[in-house]
Design a protein around this ligand. Structure first.
Ligand SMILES: [Zn+2]
Ligand SMILES: [Zn+2]
Ligand SMILES: [Zn+2]
Ligand SMILES: [Zn+2]
Ligand SMILES: [Zn+2]
Length: 351
C-alpha cells in the first residue's frame, strides 16, 4: 500500500474536520454571548420586580424574586465561564498538511500501525494488552471518529473499545476501571486531550489516551479493581457491586440486598443471621438491641421490655400484684386470709 498517498488522504480529512471545528469554536462563543445577553435581560426584569415589591412592602413577592435572581446569577456565571474558556485561549493555528502527515507517520511508529476506515471515517490504533494491579483487561482500540472531530465541543470524538474484554463482574459495559460504554473517563486529562485534538497533534492525543488506560486512579474508577470480580454475598453467593452490597458489622461480612436487613431499633445494617424478629412487635432487631425477659427468658427487643419484663410477664406480674393487694384487703376486712384460687369475682376491691 502506498502509505504516502493514504496519509495525504487522511491528513486532508483531518484538516477539513479541524477547519469546521474552528468555525464551531466561534459559534460556541457566539452562542454563549447570545445566552449571556438573554440572561442579563432576565436579571434586569427580576431586579425591576424586586424594586416594585420593596416599594409596596410585598415581602412575600420579594422572597419569590430571590429564587429567580439567584438562578439568573448562576446562569450568567456559567455562560461567562464558557465564553471566557474560548475567548481567552488563542485560536489554534490550522495545522499544515505536511505537519499532519508527519503526525500520522509518528503514530505509525509509536503504535506499530494505524488503521483508517474510510467508510466509517475513523482513525484507530491498538494498545498492547493492558494489565492493571494483576487484573488482565486486554488490548484496547482507540478509535477517533473524524466525522465527530468538528463537534468536539459538544460530543466526545473517540471511543475506547476492548478487543479481548474482561469486563467487571457486575457491569459488562465497564471494560476498564476508567472506561464505561466505550467512553473514557478522562479525569485531569480532559483539557490536554481536547487541546491536542484542536491542534491536530494526533500522536499526543493517542499517547495521552493510552497512558490514561495504563494508569489506575483508585479515587475515581467506574468500578474499583479490588471489586473487579465482584464480591459474593456470604449467604447466597450472589455477586454484588458496591451499590447493592451491605456490610454486617456484627459478623464482619458482606451480604446482598436479599440477605440483609436493618435493625428497627438502632437502624444498623444487619444480616439475617445476626438479627431476628421480636416475637412481641414482630420487627427485625439486631442482636445488640435484643434482650431477654427476666421472668420467662424469652428473647424480645429492648423497647418491648418494661422493667426487664416482656408484655406477657408484665401483665401476669401486675395481675398477681393486684391479687395480692386484694387478699391483703380481704384479710383486713374479714380477719381471714384470702384463698389463693379465689379468683377475681369473689374479691372485693379496697377502693
Ligand atoms: Zn445473599
Ligand atoms: Zn451478620
Ligand atoms: Zn439494633
Ligand atoms: Zn419488640
Ligand atoms: Zn416474659
Amino acid at each position: 500500500m502506498n502509505h504516502n498517498k493514504e496519509f495525504v488522504k487522511i491528513a486532508n480529512t483531518i484538516q477539513d474536520a479541524l477547519m469546521k471545528l474552528q468555525n464551531n469554536r466561534w459559534l460556541e462563543i457566539l452562542n454563549s454571548l447570545v445566552g449571556f445577553s438573554g440572561q442579563l435581560k432576565n436579571l434586569a426584569s427580576q431586579s425591576k420586580k424586586l424594586g416594585i415589591s420593596l416599594t409596596h412592602s410585598w415581602f412575600f413577592a420579594a422572597k419569590r424574586c430571590r429564587t429567580g435572581i439567584s438562578r439568573s446569577l448562576d446562569d450568567i456565571q456559567y455562560s461567562m465561564q464558557k465564553a471566557k474558556q474560548f475567548i481567552n485561549v488563542k485560536v489554534p493555528e490550522l495545522p499544515r498538511l505536511s505537519v499532519l502527515i508527519d503526525e500520522l507517520q509518528g503514530l505509525q511508529l509509536e503504535f506499530g500501525g494505524i488503521d483508517f476506515n474510510q467508510k466509517e471515517n475513523t482513525l484507530s490504533v491498538v494498545t498492547e494488552p493492558i494489565t492493571l494491579e494483576d487484573v488482565y483487561l486486554g488490548p484496547f482500540r482507540i478509535q477517533l471518529n473524524l466525522s465527530k472531530l468538528s463537534e468536539l465541543y459538544k460530543n466526545c470524538a473517540y471511543y475506547v473499545i476492548a478487543l479481548n474484554p474482561n469486563p467487571a463482574a457486575t457491569d459488562e459495559t465497564v471494560t476498564h476501571p476508567h472506561v464505561s460504554s466505550e467512553r473514557l473517563c478522562e479525569g485531569d486529562g480532559t483539557v490536554t486531550i481536547r487541546t491536542s485534538l484542536e491542534q491536530g497533534r494526533l500522536c499526543d492525543f493517542f499517547t495521552i489516551v493510552k497512558s490514561i488506560l495504563n494508569t489506575y486512579s483508585p479515587d475515581s474508577p467506574y468500578i474499583a479493581l479490588s471489586e473487579w470480580e465482584g464480591i459474593a454475598c456470604y449467604d447466597c453467593g450472589y455477586i454484588c457491586n458496591s451499590e447493592n452490597r451491605y456490610y454486617c458489622s456484627f459478623c464482619d461480612r458482606d451480604y446482598c440486598e436479599e440477605c440483609s436487613s436493618y435493625c428497627h431499633q438502632c437502624d444498623e445494617t444487619v444480616c439475617l443471621g445476626c438479627g431476628g424478629q421480636c416475637p412481641q412487635c414482630e420487627e427485625f432487631i439486631c442482636s445488640h438491641c435484643m434482650s431477654t425477659c427476666f421472668e420467662c427468658e424469652e428473647s424480645c427487643c429492648k423497647s418491648c421490655l418494661e422493667e426487664d419484663l416482656c408484655p406477657n410477664c408484665k401483665i401476669e406480674m401486675e395481675n398477681e400484684n393486684e391479687d395480692q393487694r386484694c387478699n391483703i384487703t380481704e384479710t383486713e376486712q374479714t380477719g381471714k386470709p384470702g384463698q389463693p384460687e379465689s379468683g377475681n369475682t369473689e374479691v372485693k376491691l379496697a377502693s
